[in-house]
Structure formats: structure tokens, C-alpha cells
Design a protein around this ligand. Structure first.
Ligand code: ADP
Ligand code: MG
Length: 216
């Protein structure tokens, strides 16, 4: 579940971005649309707790993000929120397996190899566990990053432009994968995109909430 009230964020030297109030139910899907520069990535960074709002409030899974302390908050966020950034940020110094182990460490959890294999297997990439990210195709790397995002069985999955630079077939698969993975975990899913192919590939039987961000 995600709720925002009078949320605003101002980058240094720029005018503040103001966001309309949003409520997404637990297990719901929010499609965050809007032209480039509308504030989609900023909204996701606020929801992920990577940025602190300059005004207003955002709560995720019933927890006000501002009320979280820095250190305890980092581990809570790492366990509660799975973030799939536009640039996948997989470390090429580490194997696929070690990238996921590092995510567990960041969440303050002991390394759990069976859980890592389970997450990789669910996304069909377990046989790639000992490779380096640079030895993966784009679609494989995206599956690994999604496995990392859902490793902690997060209540919320945030995906930023997950179909950027994918061809139509891969884009359709990426959207379906996000949706089925979120459903399997009962997670709330937010996809930020300006790509019309995302809405076209979301399962209309499940339903999603569209929201167009505009600069205001
Ligand atoms: P979107 O993801 O919808 O393209 P962003 O959230 O990236 O939009 O950007 C929203 C606005 O904030 C844009 O005007 C952008 O130029 C500005 N912005 C984004 N990141 C920064 C930054 N690090 N410093 C200053 N301005 C930024
Ligand atoms: Mg963006």
C-alpha cells in the first residue's frame, strides 16, 4: 500500500515538483505515466526513500517514510521495497549470485543461498548464477535485477522505465514478468514509464490504476 499527501520535491536550483495525492491498495498496480521530465523518476525515488520530500508525506506499507530513522530505515526499506532502477546497477565485480547476496546484506539479513536460488529459478535465470552481469543479455540482466528486487519478498515493487531499450517482444515479456512476479508475492506494483507498450501489455483482467503526471 502506498499513500501520498501533498508531496513535493525541489531539486537544488529548480522549482519544486508537486504531485497529486495517490493511494494504491496493497496488491494493486499503478501505472505512472507522463512525458519525459514530468517527475516519474523523482516520484519513485521518493517512494523508495532514496529522496526525502521537501513537503508533504508518503507512507509505504503503513509506515511514514519520514518517521524512519536513517540506519533502521535503510534496512526496513531494503526489506519492504524492491526497486528496479532504469539502469540496473548490477555490480560487474560480483557474480549474479553475489549481487543477490549483497542485497540481503544491505537489508541486514544473513546470506540465504536457498532463497537466492529460489528467486533466480522463479525468473528462469538460476543457471546464470556464477556469471558476471556483463556476460548476460539485456533481457537476462533485467531478470536478474528483478530477482534481486523481489528477493526480500517486498510489499512494494517500483520499476522505472522497465521497457526502455527493449524490442516489442522483450518489452511484452518484461511487463508480464513484473505483473506475475508482483502477483506471486502479493506486492503492490508501480511502473513508471512513457512507453505506451506497457499499458498495452498489462493484463486488463487484473486491472491497473493509471496516473498521468504533469508538471504543476
Ligand atoms: P521523468 O522521470 O518523468 O522523466 P524526472 O523525475 O527525472 O522526470 O525529472 C523531473 C524534473 O526534475 C525534470 O525537470 C528534471 O530536469 C529535474 N531533475 C531530475 N533530476 C534532477 C537532478 N538530479 N537535479 C536537478 N534537477 C533534476
Ligand atoms: Mg525517468
Amino acid at each position: 500500500m502506498i499513500s501520498t499527501r501533498q508531496l513535493a520535491y525541489g531539486y537544488a536550483g529548480g522549482s519544486a515538483l508537486r504531485f497529486e495525492d495517490i493511494d494504491v491498495a496493497q496488491g494493486g498496480v499503478l501505472l505512472l505515466r507522463g512525458a519525459s521530465g514530468a517527475g516519474k523518476s523523482t516520484w519513485l525515488a521518493l517512494a523508495a526513500g532514496l529522496l526525502a520530500p521537501t513537503a508533504g508525506d508518503i507512507s509505504v506499507a503503513g509506515q511514514s517514510m519520514q518517521a524512519l530513522g536513517k540506519v533502521a530505515g535503510d534496512a526496513w526499506r531494503a526489506r519492504t521495497i524492491g526497486f528496479l532502477p532504469q539502469k540496473l546497477h548490477l555490480s560487474d565485480a560480483l557474480t549474479v549470485h553475489a549481487n543477490l547476496a549483497m542485497a540481503q546484506w544491505a537489508a541486514g539479513l544473513p546470506q540465504d543461498d536457498p532463497r537466492i536460488h529460489e528467486a533466480l529459478t522463479a525468473l528462469g535465470v538460476d543457471e546464470l548464477a556464477q556469471r558476471k552481469p556483463s556476460q548476460l543479455s539485456g533481457g537476462q540482466a533485467q531478470r536478474v535485477a528483478l530477482a534481486r528486487a523481489v528477493l526480500m519478498q517486498p510489499k512494494v515493487i517500483l520499476a522505472d522505465e522497465p521497457t526502455a531499450s527493449l524490442d516489442d517482444d522483450a518489452a511484452a515479456k518484461a511487463v508480464q514478468l513484473l505483473q506475475t512476479t508482483a502477483r506471486r508475492h502479493g506486492a503492490t506494483l508501480v511502473i513508471a514509464t512513457h512507453d505506451a507498450r506497457v499499458a498495452a501489455n498489462l493484463d486488463s483482467q487484473i486491472g491497473f490504476q493509471p496516473l498521468s503526471l504533469r508538471r504543476q
